[in-house]
Design a protein around this ligand. Structure first.
Ligand SMILES: *Cc1c(COP(=O)(O)O)cnc(C)c1O
Length: 432
């Protein structure tokens, strides 16, 4: 097998080329895959128009943001800094929506006001956030959206469910009346209603949420012109996992929006906010096998990039494929996508002083083994599905490791450095 898998043009040779040029560990992103996913989401069935926002917390590199923005997507930002970063990457400010837990005071509030006046969109996520914009929003003609906490949610793990009553994202349904009173007193109209129930949501729950949200809009938000159904489209990283069916989810939304129109005479524009789905499978962490060990229970291979480059297994028990590539780039020795080469089983551990620093953990945090070919020291171990919530979310300076580089494998088949490796000096520069 020359290619790593059947959804990427990256080959064993390109992987070793990247490792030789930039050192390990590093992230490689496949631009073609990102563009293909953007196109797929933009073509989602819809009734009265759709805006697709990339949830940039999944991957915030400026080149990735620019690529996605150029493909026609808008941005959902989770913090004011993310919004600023998107704008600096070249995303037009009116294409950025801020949906955040932050409460902006002092200079951050000044910055928020400035950006809202310049055209940035804002989903109010709490009563306090609403109060804080009342003094300028109406005067400046700003109509915020409102993120509703529906009381039901769904995610691949409890920590990724953002809609049930164990979490606190958005204005809870029981506070909607108060939000509407506050808004009315401040002369503000909610033009957009938003719900995001979680990451890796169950498709049935995602559909139920559409009904619930449209019901909320009908009852409480007479001025809303658009409905945001959130992100959470599931990705399949491992063989046997099933990704979201964008066409069928879109068809469901379309039908419900049409029936909303026939009930109310209101044509709602639709928004979706995929993060994971756009970038997860574009990304690979290229690491090197630096050691092999054994306990009475299992074999371990030690790789030079673990939890500090991908903390998802530790946080969520997430499973990522492991591709073993011969050091000279001549072949892919094994992967979950080519099981006939499996002659060995090992835990894939990182180099941090943390027993949870393993890429192969179960949801309880126990190490588990993976079937693979037996690697040689120096082989590359490529962790797949690391384009989302890896670079952007990892504790990269733990054990004083430096943040690793990011490389884009372009449409033209070239490897382009899009973020340099952090230096030890940079890690220390703010210490006084
Ligand atoms: C994180 C987030 C998303 C994206 O979730 P994915 O599971 O990565 O698709 C979308 N919308 C909001 C408001 C978010 O916080």
């Amino acid at each position: 097998m020359k290619g790593l898998n059947n959804f990427s043009a990256l080959s064993a040779g390109e992987i070793t080329g990247a490792a030789e040029s930039y050192g390990t560990p590093l992230y490689v992103y496949d631009e073609r895959h990102i563009r293909q996913r953007c196109g797929e989401c933009l073509a989602i069935p819809n009734a009265y128009g759709v805006t697709v926002r990339f949830a940039m917390k999944a991957n915030s590199n400026r080149t990735i943001l620019k690529t996605i923005s150029d493909a026609g997507l808008h941005i959902d930002a989770s913090s004011l800094n993310e919004a600023i970063r998107a704008n600096l990457a070249g995303v037009p400010i009116e294409n950025i929506m801020l949906t955040t837990q932050e409460v902006h005071t002092g200079s951050a509030r000044v910055k928020l006001e400035q950006m809202l006046k310049a055209g940035m969109k804002y989903n109010v996520c709490s009563l306090l956030q609403l109060e804080l914009i009342c003094d300028f929003a109406a005067l400046a003609g700003i109509s915020p959206g409102i993120r509703i906490h529906p009381g039901i949610g769904s995610g691949e793990s409890a920590t990724r469910n953002t809609g049930d009553d164990y979490s606190c994202f958005g204005v809870h349904l029981s506070d909607v009346a108060e939000a509407n009173e506050l808004a009315a007193a401040g002369g503000i109209k909610f033009r957009h209603v938003h719900v995001h129930i979680g990451s890796g949501a169950d498709s049935i729950k995602w559909q139920e949420n559409i009904d619930l949200e449209l019901d909320i809009i009908e009852k409480h938000f007479p001025d809303a012109l658009s409905a945001g159904f959130g992100g959470g489209l599931k990705e399949a990283r491992m063989p046997g996992e099933v990704a979201a069916d964008v066409i069928s989810l879109g068809s469901y939304a379309k039908e419900r929006l049409e029936s909303f129109y026939s009930r109310t005479g209101r044509k709602l524009h639709m928004e979706i906010e995929p993060g994971t789905y756009i970038v997860a499978n574009s990304g690979y962490t290229v690491t090197r096998v630096i050691d092999k060990k054994r306990t009475s229970r299992s074999n371990f291979i030690i790789i030079d990039g673990g939890m500090e480059t991908n903390s998802r297994p530790l946080l969520y028990g997430s499973r990522h494929p492991v591709y073993l590539v011969a050091e000279d780039g001549s072949q892919v020795r094994s992967s979950e996508f080519a099981p006939m080469s499996h002659t060995y089983e090992a835990v894939v551990a990182g180099k941090c002083c943390e027993s949870g620093d393993c890429q192969t953990l179960d949801t309880e945090g126990h190490t588990t083994t993976r079937a693979m070919a037996e690697p040689e020291i120096g082989d590359l171990a490529v962790i797949g599905g690391t384009g989302a919530y890896c670079s952007s979310m990892s504790p990269y300076n733990y054990n004083s490791h430096t943040q690793i580089p990011e490389v884009l494998f372009t449409d033209a088949g070239e490897l382009k450095l899009i973020r340099k490796r952090q230096t030890l000096e940079q890690m220390l520069e703010n210490e006084v």
